[in-house]
Write a protein that binds this ligand. Structure first.
Ligand code: SF4
Length: 631
């Protein structure tokens, strides 16, 4: 018996209504480790090139890792992959909570969904057994009601549920997969893939926790994290304020995206800050299985923006997209938008940023009342934002159908003036970290296989001369010893971007939480990753071997994109990001196209890829032992 994992991947053929179990040997597990790597293995082998993302040929994977469920902070996460209905490129998204650990205890290391069910179904997994069941009574329900009904039906209040909401059922391209009512695998529209497959939910329960090669070693890592938390003020603040705690820091650096990214300065930043949230509507903190940090928010409010704590509280990204992006200054309204996104199954970044784009288009006369069904989309109007969100989730009217496509597809319908206002890469809306003030974000947004993403490399602020010994020491372990200012995009920064992309690639293969294992917040340093993998599995991995696992992830995703016709041409930022910002300390700052193109040349070279196409070479894939992916 392996340690830490089961050696079993559940494969569900929705068209045939059948389930089977694939067993893989230790070498397979050690090569891929989990997460995106497991997903890409199945996707590249089972999905034909050019498949319709909303058709039966798309392959949806939900994958754990060799360490998921082991009792230390930051391991209960899973990765979802499929072809993205938003971008046509690879889709990738992670979520935490208790579902991942429970799925491991239910006897599997991951699930692959093939085909499409004839009618709505859910998958019920318990202690190594799995079956598809009718879900017609769940269709149309939000995430909260879906979980409640399934727990009642299955007679067990401890069943964990992951599902799509009405947005996914309605094939909204920013649809998310929600577990625990408020944990979202939000990016790249994978909730819509569930909806398109008539797969409403996955319910899991189990008692088959794997054993660990060195249980004392696992305990020691858990104790190390707990001890660090007691003295690490940064981590304690993450627990107290959540990621919302970065709002004011972003504002001070001129990097809080405002009114559809036109400015990095939001005059009302304090009103939407994590501090204000804690003083007003915060009623509790929640956690993921075994994590000491408890950074998840619980908020409650009465009145016109009434919401209940079960649907969670907003992260920084959500506060920005529904707050400063839309010029909304009311935290209760922002939190209401967050709660609706969780219940309807929507990505808060994609949905919020799409609404901000629509507001700018309406304010500029590019969208008219005829396009918005008479809704006046004005800056700073929370009621208009919430109405647009409801319309999106249910594809209500002309506006709902437009916004449900995501901003890039919507703009293509509207015309060039609308396209000029996009903040998207490969069709995915950019998150709330501005490349103008954190320059490496410009490079990673451009080259990342699944579009603009803020968790696909470390942020520039951790690699400055004054970033602190802990952060710089941690990066030095990865071989990064040449810190430069956040606004630099020179050779040092390109190296930093690629190396930390491999690092986050490792995180998303092992499914480790980047808040516990990253450079912004940190309980653990890189060497502890090897320590914990070895304690769980009994292997003798090194950091060097693990970084190859991260590199595999990046290369496998890029191979998928190359197969779908993506080249260097699609690795580019939207024109808006090359224009100077207006107002605040970042007034006039811009990132030029030439700068990004030069950085791309070096990035592709360092990655061992073809500089002309921006795609992986056979030689590089052979080096990583994944040349099969090119076949
Ligand atoms: S730091 Fe926050 S998101 Fe990460 S595992 Fe802990 S509670 Fe979950």
């Amino acid at each position: 018996m392996p340690y830490g994992y089961h050696g079993k991947i559940l494969v569900v053929d929705l068209s045939a209504g059948q389930v089977r179990v694939d067993e893989h040997d230790e070498a397979w597990y050690r090569t891929y480790m989990g997460g995106t790597n497991f997903g890409m293995y199945y996707i590249l082998k089972h999905m034909p090139p050019g498949a319709d993302a909303l058709g039966p040929d798309n392959v949806l994977t939900l994958m754990l890792s060799v360490v998921t469920g082991a009792p230390f902070s930051g391991q209960s996460r899973m990765t979802a992959n499929a072809k993205s209905p938003l971008t046509g490129a690879i889709g990738d998204s992670q979520a935490g909570g208790f579902f991942p650990a429970e799925l491991k205890n239910a006897g599997f290391d991951g699930i692959v969904f093939l085909g499409k069910a004839a009618n709505p179904v859910y998958l019920w997994i318990k202690d190594g057994q799995a079956e598809l069941r009718d879900a017609s009574h769940l269709w149309g329900l939000g995430a909260w009601d879906t979980e409640t009904r399934l727990r009642e039906d299955l007679g067990d209040g401890k069943v964990e549920v992951a599902c799509c909401g009405p947005a996914g059922e309605n094939l909204v391209r920013t649809g998310a997969i929600i577990n625990m009512r408020n944990r979202a695998a939000g990016r790249t529209g994978l909730g819509a893939v569930m909806g398109a497959k008539n797969l409403k939910a996955i319910a899991v329960r189990g008692t088959q926790r794997p054993t660990y090669a060195d249980p004392k070693g696992v305990k020691a890592v858990a104790a190390l994290g707990a001890a660090e938390f007691k003295t690490n003020r940064g981590m304690q603040e993450l627990g107290e304020l959540g990621t919302a705690g970065v709002v004011l820091g972003q504002e001070f650096s001129g990097g809080l995206p405002t009114r559809n990214y036109r400015s990095g300065h939001f005059e009302y930043a304090e009103e939407i800050s994590g501090e204000r949230l804690a003083e007003t509507i915060l009623v509790g903190r929640d956690t993921c299985y075994a994590c000491v940090v408890r950074c998840k928010r619980e908020v409650e409010s009465e009145g016109e923006f009434a919401m209940q704590r079960e649907l969670g509280g907003p992260e920084y990204e959500t506060i920005a997209t529904f707050g400063s992006y839309c010029d909304v200054r009311d935290l209760a309204a922002v939190s209401k938008a967050n709660a609706l996104c969780n219940d309807y199954g929507l990505d808060t970044i994609g949905a919020g940023a799409t609404i901000a784009w629509a507001i700018e288009c309406y304010e500029e006369g590019i969208l008219t009342d005829a396009d918005t069904d008479g809704l006046a989309l004005r800056w700073g109007d929370p009621h208009a934002v919430l109405a647009a969100l409801e319309a999106t989730a249910f594809r209500r009217g002309r506006l709902g159908n437009l916004l449900a496509e995501g901003s890039a597809r919507a703009a293509a319908q509207v015309g060039p003036d609308a396209q000029a206002r996009l903040i998207t890469v490969k069709g995915a809306e950019a998150p709330a970290h501005m490349p103008q003030v954190k320059r490496s974000m410009g490079l990673i947004y451009a080259v990342n296989p699944f579009g603009a993403d803020h968790q696909s490399s470390e942020h520039d602020t951790s690699y400055e001369e004054n970033s602190g010994d802990r952060s710089l020491g941690w990066l030095a372990e990865l071989g990064l010893t040449r810190p430069v200012p956040a606004t630099s995009l020179g050779e040092e920064k390109v190296e930093f971007t690629l190396v930390t992309q491999y690092w986050t690639g490792l995180m998303d293969s092992l499914n480790l939480c980047q808040f516990d294992w990253g450079t912004t917040w940190q309980l653990y340093g890189p060497s502890t990753v090897a320590e914990v993998v070895n304690a769980v599995t009994g292997w003798d991995t090194t950091l060097r071997e693990l970084m190859e696992v991260g590199a595999r992830r990046v290369n496998l995703m890029k191979v998928f994109n190359a197969r779908e016709g993506f080249t260097r041409e699609e690795d580019k930022l939207p024109p808006r990001l090359h224009q100077p910002l207006t107002g605040g300390v970042s007034d006039g700052i811009r990132v030029t196209e030439e700068e990004i193109e030069q950085a791309k040349d070096l990035y592709y070279r360092l990655a061992g890829w073809d500089v002309e196409t921006g795609n992986p070479t056979v030689e590089r894939l052979e080096e990583l032992g994944i040349a099969w992916a090119m076949a």
